[in-house]
Design a protein around this ligand. Structure first.
Ligand SMILES: [Cu+2]
Length: 145
């Protein structure tokens, strides 16, 4: 009985500590405008400041029924995109870009329109760093560096 109680207490203690010292930074998060009921795409820069490789394994947001992690590529002259259920690897010390024509978050079944000038929250879940919630800005063109 006693070890179980201790383990539960440690789990409760660990959660806020992890959140406060996240090893992942998400910046320049944005989406193009998209209609309600359709699909949208989310882009961002993900920087792993930790000593170990991490993986983006899931994304969720109240604005979409579900969000998949996709990779775009050109095959035989045709632009295609594929779901990557295994997620997106973010090597230690590296910045990985989700951008048009490359990796992106696919927002499936938008519950509201994404209108230029709006913001919406999305929570990115990493294998090691846990959940990181960021605000995406809706704009027609990519943010300037
Ligand atoms: Cu896609």
């Amino acid at each position: 009985m006693k070890p179980f109680v201790l383990a539960a207490a440690l789990t409760l203690l660990a959660a806020p500590v992890l959140a406060a010292s996240s090893t992942v930074e998400v910046s320049q998060a944005w989406s193009r405008p998209a209609p309600q009921g359709g699909n949208g795409a989310g882009y961002a820069l993900i920087t792993n400041t930790g000593p170990a490789a991490d993986t983006l394994i899931a994304v969720s947001s109240p604005v979409a029924a579900r969000i998949e992690i996709h990779e775009s590529m050109v095959m035989g002259g045709q632009a295609m995109m594929h779901a990557r259920p295994g997620g997106l690897a973010v090597p230690a010390g590296a910045t990985v870009a989700l951008k048009p024509g490359g990796w992106h978050m696919m927002l499936m079944g938008l519950k509201q329109p994404l209108k230029a000038g709006d913001h919406y929250p999305a929570t990115l879940t990493f294998k090691k760093a846990g959940k990181v919630t960021v605000q995406f800005s809706v704009q027609a063109t990519a943010p300037a560096n």
